[in-house]
Design a protein. Sequence first.
Length: 399
Amino acid sequence: MTETDRYAVLTRVGPGTPMGKYMRYFWHPVAASVEVRDDPVRVKLLGEELVLFRTPDGKLGLVQERCPHRGASLSCGMIEEGAIRCAYHGWKFDLDGKCVDTPAERPESKLKDRVAIPAYEAMELGGLVWAWLGKKPAALLPRFEYLVGEQYDHDMTISTMPCNWLQIAENNMDPHHVEYLHMMYTNYVFKRQGKPLLPMKHHAKVDFDLFEHGIMKRRLWEGDSEESEEWRVGHPQLWPGTLLVTYPNGVLQAQIRVPRDDGNTTIYWYNARPRPAGQAPRKEVPVAENPFLGPDGKFLNENLNGQDMMVMLTQGVIVDRSLENLGESDKGVVMYRRVLLEQIERIERGEEPMGVVRDPAENTPFIPLPVETHVDYDLQGVDAAPGERWDRMATKAAE
Ligand code: FES
Ligand SMILES: [Fe+2]
């Protein structure tokens, strides 16, 4: 296989592709819980166009969007007890995708017995709806501490990015970009705006370690001791492409990258905020849009997440990796690509990839993850506290 072929393997996620098969060993979020209320929601995951809905008794349905009769979208359908009914001619599908009613046909018609649509398992955890598009039986949905830890309140923003998932995930296997994109470039922007500059830091070294749920990324800043948490502990890139990172205000942020198809990715910027003592737990997990363009159509280039989105998108829809010139500082990216290809080889040998959770004992009460608890520089990656926009979204969701 040529280098170019290998990259094609890593970026294509549709059904039947090697990476598509790998991705189907993991649960992926398809919506925030608050987005799934009275109406069906169109979602796209791993190249499959689907409809997500909540039945009156609270069950979740996730089925192919297209009605197999004459193609109307079930996103316009009528939700019923344990089923969804197409708006066009009333065909009804249960949560397993089986057609159970074709009301325009004669009662003795056997047509419905021959018809079914793909239907998938969906479940909620941490204010997200997660889907399993893989083979059954489904693996356990990992109960990572950042999702279920009782010490946290959660909120999230969502970005829909018109580019391939891999270049987004590779960003985190590239610690050096923090020094340039998030420090040097920020200061370039701040200087032009007459704002005070950030202190610069320099990487002394970086390293990466494989563990069951992903790859630990560690960095040592010049002048720090090897006892610094960023070197001793670091933070993980979880399979298949979720970053977990701590911010100076104590917020733990999971950046969950979900491939919608080969050229589009949804990022859930999922925040776990330590709840102040004596404060009641928040009942819902609010959600807001995380934009990458300002009203003037320019990239939002002043904060960490906006800067990352700027460079990921301008790399192209799918990075042409045959044109790259990699250096020593790209060793994390190289490792990540190699390890992903090894996971695909495992599947081809009939084994499961790393990080698939099948043992309930491992998943109970939660799976702890190594992550540094302290970083001493503030790159404005997450709001200091949930502000007005969350309240606005919560109000909207409750309407
Ligand atoms: S197109 Fe759905 S019932 Fe006819
Ligand atoms: Fe970044």
